[in-house]
Design a protein around this ligand. Structure first.
Ligand code: TXA
Ligand code: MG
Length: 319
């Protein structure tokens, strides 16, 4: 069922059931983080390996404090300016958080999402919500209630509809478990914003060749069913039958392919707009009867790092 009724959503959550929730980044598949049986339903429904830990969400850091989860000084500085918003803090966990949520790690990922409906929901419950993106494990994340409905609708009692996600990419994950903060995943908060607030360079571990530090940082991820070819679109169109290609382009038009196969992320080359459109374009392209999805990279600045990261993962071959 899809709807906008918070009371219905709260009842399902309090009874240990799953509810898909809107956030500014992507839709989440939420359960009471303190209820292990409910959390287990998340892993089962997504077909997610249990070694991949979950982010827990609440509406305020005071609540996290009450649960024994504290922000180190640098994280506090960021939280003052960037939360609620598309940023997740990995900090020492608390005995209150089930091991199933953290995959047994000594740390827990926490986030205050910037979506009014979900903030309202979170303010009315006494527990945090564990919520990964509401897609089957490895597939592209959902940025609308309809995306969730199409893939997991049968298995989720309630989808809270908060419209289309305004950011469209998952949160940036910053770890505070070592002496210096580190970026574990590029996302909706540009690294530059984090560095400006902290007044220092931050190491980024989100590289393609590093071993996954966060177990979820597997190389192949966000993958459509069709093969994604990255790089020069014109070049690929010379090598493959254009009729059998879909194109996800940053801003350019390609006359060689059928018009309904073309997805332009931002005609104005606006990276925020491109981020907002990326996952929806990947999903729509994947529904076409084509052999390949061609995509080009965007400039490495602002949200461009996160867009390129998701494109690279979408194009990675199963290992
Ligand atoms: O924007 C988002 O972050 C969305 C919305 C729903 O909040 N959530 C999301 O969750 O993207 P998910 O599960 O798809 O990605 C969470 C990532 C995974 O890569 C996981 O490995 C990592 O966070 N993670 C969770 N807990 C961690 C921890 N304690 N240490 C390191 N990485 C952790
Ligand atoms: Mg995910």
């Amino acid at each position: 069922m899809i709807g906008t009724d918070l009371n219905t959503a709260i009842t399902f959550l309090e009874d240990g059931n799953l509810v898909a929730i809107p956030t500014e980044t992507v839709y989440g598949l939420a359960a009471n983080a303190f209820n292990e049986e409910a959390v287990l339903k998340i892993y089962k429904t997504k077909n997610r390996p249990q070694f991949n830990p979950l982010i827990i969400h609440s509406n305020s850091f005071e609540k996290f404090d009450e649960w024994g989860i504290y922000l180190p000084a640098d994280a506090q500085k960021l939280a003052e300016q960037l939360s609620p918003g598309p940023i997740t803090y990995v900090v020492p966990t608390s005995p209150k958080v089930p091991l199933l949520v953290t995959a047994g790690q000594p740390s827990v990922a926490i986030r205050v999402p910037g979506h009014p409906l979900t903030l309202d929901l979170l303010s009315r419950i006494e527990f945090p919500l564990a919520a990964p993106s509401a897609n089957p494990s490895m597939y592209v994340s959902p940025t609308s209630a309809r995306h969730v409905q199409e893939q997991l609708g049968e298995q989720i009692p309630y989808i809270l509809d908060g419209g289309e996600c305004l950011v469209g990419l998952e949160s940036t994950i910053v770890s505070f478990t070592d002496a210096e903060p580190k970026i574990l995943r590029y996302g909706g908060t540009p690294v530059e914003a984090i560095e400006t607030i902290l007044g220092k360079k931050i190491q980024v571990l989100n590289t393609d060749d590093s071993k996954p530090l966060a177990p979820g940082m597997m190389e192949r991820h966000y993958s459509p069913t069709h093969k994604v070819l990255l790089g020069s679109i014109s070049g690929h169109l010379r090598e493959h039958n254009p009729e059998r290609c879909a194109v996800i382009s940053f801003s350019k038009t390609y006359k060689q392919i059928p018009p309904q196969h073309l997805f332009i992320l931002s005609a104005d080359e606006d990276l925020d707009e491109a981020a907002r459109n990326l996952f929806s374009a990947l999903r729509q392209a994947d529904l076409l009867d084509v052999d390949y999805i061609l995509a080009d990279m965007v400039p490495n600045e602002g949200l461009g790092y996160a867009i390129n990261d998701r494109l690279k993962r979408a194009s990675a071959q199963p290992s």
